[in-house]
Design a protein around this ligand. Structure first.
Ligand SMILES: Nc1nc2c(c(=O)[nH]1)N[C@H]1C(S)=C(S)[C@@H](COP(=O)(O)O)O[C@H]1N2
Ligand SMILES: [Mo]
Length: 373
């Protein structure tokens, strides 16, 4: 991306207006991180609306996008249920629907800042988005199938398959939810994104969206739901997408589930410059998974002092919140900007990276170095 002067006039313009877009650099909607499988991230510096437009919403694929024929596609619900079910999309849509916005972030978002370089897709800040989803709560379907008393988890299986490290035969993409999370109203099987049919890259014809959890839980191209009476230990929650938690001093590997409190600066971006003495607007987004964002603080001196930023709009459950801070009088020289979010449970982003989190959950405060001229 071309270095540019960060336009301070933006500070005087309403936060989420068309005029803000006029200040944005001319960049493609999505940046390609890998080609096959396709992994695309938004240019986070262009983020300006609470709802991420579908063409700007990141794409995270582990395998090739499956080809699905709606005529033969069926959603199957089986396993520890009284009555297994098979439904076409038409049949599913007749069972009722609800529309709700939800934010999810790839657990590897911002991996590009990790040192030494971590394995996995080298995301910068754009593997996160907030969209409006229409579908049926998973709970409603589980109710129809009748979950047996012995059940503990619900496995969601996608139609995409491929090979992974150490496994010779292809496996489908699959993740499980605790029965508790599967029955929460924020766990939805969605056929629509921002008012239109799901695009193929986001899981047409049906995907899960799991409010408050990292994106990996939101299985795309959903084909099978398996209710199980023992915990699932599939690849994407036992080898990949896991982190270490310390219990009795021992590091125990756990699947990644709920998103941790996090904020990101969208603008200015690293390498931008602002004019000394002129007010500059610092803006971004923050989210806290199953909790609410309570506070955003901004530092313009590398973390020595902190000032409270303004959260815009109102708190919507499971959705990120945009925020902004007016930096009144930048002084000439290099400046290190930081943002730090706190949730309503009192959790605050840490200053240091916790290496037990492996190459996931990059939630520590990330400095943004700019120039004041
Ligand atoms: N079937 C399937 N579902 C999937 C994935 C996948 O590779 N296959 N990737 C997961 C991951 S890691 C993320 S972060 C989200 C990304 O959803 P999006 O591509 O719609 O942004 O989808 C999840 N669901
Ligand atoms: Mo992800």
């Amino acid at each position: 991306m071309k270095r540019r002067q960060f336009l301070q006039t933006a500070a005087a313009i309403p936060f989420a207006g068309v005029a803000v877009h006029a200040d944005m650099p001319e960049v493609p909607a999505l940046i390609e991180r890998t080609h096959a499988p396709q992994n695309l991230e938004m240019n986070f510096a262009s983020m300006s609306d609470v709802i991420t437009p579908t063409p700007s919403f990141y794409v995270r694929n582990h395998f090739a996008q499956p080809k699905i024929d709606l005529k033969t596609w069926r959603l199957k619900i089986e396993g520890a249920v009284e009555k297994p079910i098979e439904l076409s999309l038409d049949e599913l849509q007749k069972l009722g629907s609800k529309t709700t916005p939800l934010t999810f972030e790839c657990a590897g978002n911002n991996r590009a800042v990790l040192k030494p370089a971590a394995k996995g897709v080298g995301w910068q800040s754009g593997a996160v988005g907030n969209a409006e989803w229409t579908g049926i709560p998973l709970k409603d379907l589980l109710g129809r199938a009748g979950v047996k008393k012995t059940a503990v988890e619900v496995i969601l299986e996608g139609a995409d398959t491929g090979t992974v490290a150490d496994l010779p035969a292809p496996i489908p993409f699959a993740r499980s939810l605790s029965l508790e999370k599967a029955n929460k109203p924020e766990t939805i099987l969605a056929w629509s994104m921002n008012g239109k049919d799901l695009p193929a890259s986001h899981g047409f014809p049906l995907r899960a969206v799991v409010g408050g959890w990292y994106g990996v839980a939101s299985v795309k191209w959903l084909s099978r739901i398996i209710v199980t009476d023992c915990p699932f230990h599939g690849f994407f929650q036992s080898l990949d997408y896991t982190y270490f938690e310390r219990t009795h001093g021992l590091a125990t590997l756990l699947p990644i589930t709920a998103m941790q409190v996090k904020s990101l600066i969208a603008r200015p971006t690293a390498g931008d410059s602002v004019t000394a003495g002129n007010p500059a607007k610092i803006s971004g987004a923050a989210w806290a998974g199953e909790a609410d964002v309570a506070k955003i603080e901004v530092s313009t001196d590398g973390g020595k002092t902190w000032n409270t930023a303004t959260l815009s709009g109102k708190s919507v459950p499971f959705c990120w919140r945009l925020w902004e801070y007016e930096w009144k009088s930048p002084t000439a020289g290099k400046a290190v900007l930081m943002s730090r979010a706190t949730d309503n449970r009192g959790q605050t982003q840490s200053m240091e990276r916790n290496t037990d989190l492996r190459n996931y959950m990059i939630t520590h405060v990330i400095p943004v170095e700019i120039e004041v001229r």
